[in-house]
Design a binder for this molecule. Structure first.
Ligand code: AMP
Ligand code: MG
Length: 520
């Protein structure tokens, strides 16, 4: 097994002079040197061949003892000098001070085919940032992170990747619903892969501590490796350019979440990647029935700050916090203000364009906004499965009447399609049909395009939960099956038809399927 380690972050930024994992406030530094914990009996549950190939590993490598040793944290790979990053963040709208990699340990960056990939073990032990927690992760949340990262990538959503899922052989104590029922669960380690794991919070903590030199170094590092088009000898100019680029990337990521019905669940600024990639898969969820107010995160069930329909607003709010952190490098609010001012409008236009693609419309007509907003309203009149609705729409036979009936598979309570609800839906389909006829391309061509943006298979919450329950009983087959299924989410996979179905009734209010906490 050959990994070509080239440390970038730890060479270009300042190290904490103190070693060891004693909890502390780490000032004047961007990271601390740490060691990974040795697991008692590591066992590979699953590895992604696709992510392995990115970093230069083949299938034989994945089966080797060395792979298990390195990616469980048991042994240090040659050239790897592990560290934990220091970052801060706003959690649920309030400044939380220093957070940092409390249970993520970076092995360093590896170079393969002229690309650089940071490798990070999640759940491999304590760091100075672990605060009152143990630095560990449980199998349940690790399965969710591993499967979802790879599924999101296959859907075309910007995301961190997941290389491997390994059981540690150790037990981890968790109180899943924070209600005094703590129990031991199997521990696990996931290896995440991304060009960089720098978050908004990395910049925030430096600004909060008035460490402007290090803040400048972090901007230079980020621009040099990830946003080279923003480079300028004047730091104020490269900072302003970087901010604009991050706004664009973040907006694109949110549009993609909206396209596939993904709710992140904890959009704290420490969970926002500077690359605009989905990061930190915690109490995330997928919309079954389309509902702007839905959040999977029980910790947020009162305020619903991170609900599906609020994600663009929160992205904007988080970007404002990033702007505040970057401000000392420009000493001029203007470049931030102008970009932030247009964020919501630009995002909304991008959202409408995305929705046009879901509806198979390529012309850009102003009246489409009404059509789309009206559809959002109709989708919430009676429980309607988002993924199934758009997928069925991609197959409509336009020569037949009864368009609504052709998508009936999407409705959870078909008997509710009466009265005003029925009339509203019929109106909407009438408008849609009229609009459909205005396009030049054939229906068949457009429907083929629709099937490339309206996935047939997504990792519904209950599917992940079934894989978790089987894995906790020692059976990993469903993890393999779902991983394979979700690699081709847009293909008709007739042998997997059972996964193209509404959420079953039992999963509606079940812990793990519709209710998730931050406990992981
Ligand atoms: P999250 O809500 O998962 O993004 O985590 C927020 C902060 O808590 C981050 O600084 C994490 O590193 C830290 N954290 C979460 N779980 C643990 C844990 N089990 N041990 C140590 N730190 C943790
Ligand atoms: Mg986090």
């Amino acid at each position: 097994m050959k990994l070509n380690f080239k440390s970038l972050f730890s060479k270009e930024l300042s190290a904490d002079p103190i070693e060891g994992s004693a909890r502390r406030q780490v000032s004047d530094a961007s990271f601390s040197w740490v060691k990974t914990r040795v697991p008692s009996a590591a066992k590979l549950v699953h590895a992604s061949k696709e992510t392995a190939a990115l970093v230069g590993l083949n299938e034989e490598d994945l089966r080797s003892d060395e792979f298990l040793d390195v990616f469980s944290g048991k042994k240090q790979a040659e050239g790897s000098v592990p560290y934990a990053m220091c970052y801060g963040g706003h959690q649920f709208g309030s400044w939380a001070g220093q957070l940092g990699d409390g249970r993520a340990i970076n092995l360093g960056e590896v170079e393969h085919q002229n690309k650089s990939w940071a490798l990070q073990l999640k759940g491999a032990g304590e760091t100075p940032y672990s605060r009152s927690a143990d630095g560990l992760a449980v199998l349940r949340s690790s399965i969710r992170e591993h499967l979802c990262s790879e599924a999101m990538h296959a859907l075309g959503v910007p995301t961190t990747r997941s290389l491997s899922l390994i059981l540690t052989g150790d037990e981890v104590l968790r109180d899943v619903m924070y209600n005094g029922n703590a129990a031991y669960e199997p521990g696990a380690v996931v290896c995440r892969v991304a060009p960089s794991f720098v978050r908004f919070g990395n910049f925030q903590i430096l600004a909060a501590r008035n460490n402007i030199k290090e803040l400048e170094r972090l901007v230079q590092h980020t621009v040099k490796h990830f946003y080279p088009e923003c480079q300028h000898e004047d730091i104020a100019i490269s900072t302003a350019r970087l901010f604009k680029a991050v706004c664009d990337k973040t907006s694109e990521m949110i549009v993609e979440w909206q396209r596939v019905g993904f709710v992140h669940g904890v959009m704290n600024t420490d969970n926002m990647s500077i690359l605009g990639e989905t990061i930190d898969y915690g109490p995330y969820g997928w919309l079954d029935d389309y509902d702007h107010n839905w959040t999977p995160n029980t910790t947020d069930s009162g305020q619903r700050r991170y609900r599906f329909g609020n994600q663009a607003y929160i992205a904007n709010w988080n970007l404002l916090q990033l702007a505040n952190a970057l401000y000392p490098l420009t000493n001029d609010p203007e470049p931030f203000e102008s970009v932030l001012k247009s964020f919501r409008g630009d995002h909304h236009s991008a959202y409408l364009n995305m929705m046009r693609t879901k509806l198979g419309l390529s012309l850009r007509k102003d009246e489409d906004e009404d059509l789309i907003l009206d559809l959002e309203r109709c989708l919430q009149l009676s429980p309607c499965d988002m993924s199934i609705f758009f997928r069925e729409l991609s197959h409509i036979d336009w020569t037949k009447q009864e368009l609504l009936q052709q998508v009936s598979k999407a409705f959870y309570v078909p008997s509710s399609l009466v009265g005003d609800t029925l009339l509203d839906w019929e109106d909407w389909f009438r408008d849609y049909e009229a609009r459909w006829q205005e396009e030049a391309e054939s229906s068949a061509v457009r429907q083929e395009g629709m099937r490339k943006v309206n996935p047939k298979y997504v990792l519904r919450n209950y599917m992940a939960q079934l894989a978790i329950e089987a894995a906790e009983a020692g059976n990993f087959e469903l993890i393999n099956e779902l991983h394979e299924l979700l690699k081709q989410p847009y293909d008709e996979q007739m042998e997997h038809e059972k996964w193209y179905a509404q959420r079953p009734d039992w999963a509606k209010n079940k812990v793990g399927s519709s209710m998730l906490s931050c406990s992981s």
